[in-house]
Ligand binder design. Sequence first.
Ligand code: GTP
Ligand code: MG
Length: 449
Amino acid sequence: MKTDTICAVATPPGVGGIAVVRVSGPLTFPVLDRVVRGFRPSRQPDHTVRFGRVVGRDGAELDEVVVAAFRAPRSYTGEDVAEVSCHGGDYIAGELVRLFCGQGCRPAGPGEFSRRAVLNGRLSLSRAEAVLDLINARTPQAHAAALARYHGGLAHRTRAMLAELDECRARLEYYIGFDESDAVRPRDFEHRGRRLLVQVERLSADAERARFLHEGARVAIVGRSNVGKSTLFNRLAGEERALVAPGPGTTRDRVETTVAFGGVPVLLSDTGGIPARTGGRLARGVAERTAQAVDAADLVIAVFDGSEPARPADRRVLRTLDPTAGAGREVLCVVNKCDRKERLGAGFLSPCRRPVIRVSARTGTNIGRLRSFVARRFRPGRETAATNRRHRSALNDCRAALARALTAPDSACALAELELAHAALAGLDAPADRADVLDRVFNRFCVGK
Ligand SMILES: Nc1nc2c(ncn2[C@@H]2O[C@H](COP(=O)(O)OP(=O)(O)OP(=O)(O)O)[C@@H](O)[C@H]2O)c(=O)[nH]1
Ligand SMILES: [Mg+2]
């Protein structure tokens, strides 16, 4: 199939010092030749930059540009690529794209340059995903993890496991050739298989934790009215975001902000107070928003006022978060206002068997401990080689197939399951050729990447 030539603005929209338009495909240099004055880009040596001018559709000068030339296959996409830098701003860069398209290019779709890089074997799929994580990294930790993956961390991690799977397969095949009954397996099969299973499970568990680094975690602050949820929210956010007032019913809408806890970006939600029983329409609206925040949360911080005896609404809060009520998520109980005399009663929270931290949102007492608790909860494991949903689902498929292989009734079935386990693991980092997988990965990219 003949590939076409694509182009797109690679820098973000808006005003800036420079903007870059990227072109990739066989027509890259012929197109530039027709548009650039001052030199011939098709004669420009590989990996050099040249200064020139571009004339617009009406023949008048559009801008001065710098053209960087990368010839196939030594380019990001593996095709002929040019990066044309012009003065920043949407108009000039947009005109350049229109000019190039008038000469035979077409506008690129989201992530199309990276997609071509994968299809041409310049990038593995997991490295392309790491490019996206690098772009989106919001904390030093997220950046470091993405960089390690970009340098092949996942391939490094799976290579030995794939080799071990191959070895198991080879041994089984050899065995099947000898043993007619097919019912027995090589003696060390069980041992090797279990060891592999542990490795896959570990990688999978680490992937589950590492996802917070890039996707961020969600924490909802809930509790009855007036216990100090908004004061705590502001304290954690480090700024006066939510309104605080002495009376109940201050917060109605959900207020959200992103705070980094130990390098993990956490979307913190402050919610309206949970009343003793649902009242009118407004109260129902508040309850609905709170329920949504709780549903979406990876961790719920349930706040109680330590300076007052427990009220029916506090019991309601405990009941809605009760794990037996189907809310299996993690809950941290915070007893607030510890700057005042304790009157909540030590026994009130003990039946719920959740961790409890006593703080004062007003004075800041123990807020450091609360921060460390949240950071610990979302801290990635040692391994951040796999992080996203695609990785987790491939690891899960591999784990399930391995487990089935270990309990298979005969060697032939075990072999078939091993093949599945191998395919799932290999698919993690192989240069993918399945359009649906590529679509899913690259649709999250921006145009021009
Ligand atoms: N003494 C003391 N007072 C506090 C503390 N935290 C909050 N308060 C006070 O408690 C009152 C209610 O605080 P808010 O933060 O508005 O409480 P809330 O839970 O968000 O209330 P609603 O939005 O109405 O549900 C305010 O007067 C706060 O100043 C604390 O740690 N110690
Ligand atoms: Mg509030």
